[in-house]
Design a protein around this ligand. Structure first.
Ligand SMILES: *Cc1c(COP(=O)(O)O)cnc(C)c1O
Length: 374
């Protein structure tokens, strides 16, 4: 059995080596390193693949969020309603612009922003709702869109983890006003370095996002606003162009692996496998279990036991953002019990496109054994 990794980029590369090297060679031969033809080709292929109108390639997923927030004119003092149970980038990008992240609790089944908690958090300063489609499954978007419409708010989807997932037939990232993607190597569509994209169906927001990402200029040296310098590298675009052609197969490999895990854990009372909603697809960026009664100490013990057997695991995310000192000014006056409980009980297992049934059986057996020692 091959050594088990959380993500196996090396084995995946072996299957596409020739295509990837061809793409890289083409970029080197033309030496159009900045805004080369592969960038535009990839942007168009990406939008087409996801059934959306526009995509702007940018430097990384965090920049994509910042650019999306700048495109909607987010200003100091504005408030952004978002989830505390996620990676910091979403709230960080808002805070960098002087806006205040306002954290509301999550749905304990999907780990996504709970739309029933949004209205109580709206104030006259609220500008946007920012759901994160966590672990590969879209948040409940229709109620979010309805609340946004009633209160005249913008909706920005952080879709770093759920490329290709759909919600009631619509593509995650193109449901709200703007969406963002990350092409960090371990994401479902990963580059061999950094990359990201801003998605939208709105021609005006598209123009703004493109301009902001390019130093605030539509035409070179004629700057209209203060922007940033954030580009999708041509070499990365050529790699992403190749990998986009395999995205459906990659997604399917993850879903098949998730089904196998589900079957291996079926009937285990303490283990809650990922919750699947019938109205949306799950692209399993992570396969995250919830283990009832787990504490951070017990979880560390479990992880150590598994590591001794050559099984890596990870905790996404051990501290909800509202409990981080950096967001102390954003800590709500009341607890966010679901996010806090989730952060104690989750454990993510190896999930990638190269996982074998044999590896998964070994992982499940050892996890169940280790659970007995708690
Ligand atoms: C990865 C990730 C980001 C940031 O992407 P980078 O490309 O690393 O900047 C933002 N939000 C979420 C939810 C992520 O998982």
């Amino acid at each position: 059995m091959k050594p088990i990794q959380m993500v196996d980029l090396r084995s995946q590369f072996e299957h596409i080596r020739t295509e990837i090297l061809q793409g890289i060679q083409e970029v080197l031969d033309t030496s159009a390193f900045i805004k080369g033809p592969a960038v535009q080709r990839f942007e168009q292929a990406l939008a087409r693949k996801l059934g959306g109108a526009y995509a702007v390639g940018v430097g990384n997923g965090t920049d994509a969020l910042q650019i999306a927030f700048m495109a909607i004119g987010l200003k100091p003092g504005d408030e952004v309603i978002t989830s505390p149970f996620t990676f910091i980038a979403t709230a960080e990008a808002a805070a960098l612009l002087g806006a205040k992240p306002v954290f509301v609790d999550i749905d304990p089944h999907t780990f996504n922003l709970d739309p029933t908690r949004i209205e109580a958090a709206i104030t006259p300063r609220t500008r946007a709702i920012v759901p994160i489609h966590l672990f590969g499954q879209p948040a409940d978007m229709d109620p979010v869109l309805e609340i946004a419409r009633q209160h005249n708010l913008m909706v920005v989807e952080d879709n770093a983890q759920s490329i290709g997932a759909t919600y009631r037939g619509r593509s995650a990232g193109y449901i709200g006003h703007l969406g963002t993607l990350s092409f960090f190597p371990s994401k479902n569509l990963g580059a061999y370095g950094d990359g990201g994209a801003v998605l939208t169906n709105d021609p005006d927001l598209y123009e703004r996002a493109r301009m902001i990402a390019n130093h605030g200029a539509r035409k070179k040296y004629y700057h209209e606003t203060v922007g940033v310098n954030s580009r999708l590298d041509t070499l990365q675009a050529s790699i992403l162009e190749v990998k986009l052609r395999h995205l459906d197969a990659y997604t399917q490999a993850r879903q098949v692996a998730a089904d196998r895990y589900d079957a291996l854990f079926a009937g285990e009372e303490r283990i809650q496998t990922p919750y699947r909603k019938p109205d949306r697809t799950h692209v399993f960026h992570q396969y995250t279990l919830r283990i009832r009664g787990l504490t951070p100490e017990k979880r560390t013990h479990l992880q150590t036991k598994l590591r001794e057997k050559g099984i890596p695991t990870a905790v996404y995310y051990p501290v909800p953002l509202h409990q981080l000192p950096v967001f102390a000014h954003s800590t709500p006056p009341h607890p966010l019990p679901e996010a806090e409980r989730a952060s104690q009980e989750v454990l993510s297992l190896p999930m990638h496109t190269e996982l074998t049934p044999e590896q998964q059986m070994y992982i499940a057996e050892n996890l169940l054994d280790a659970l007995k020692t708690l």
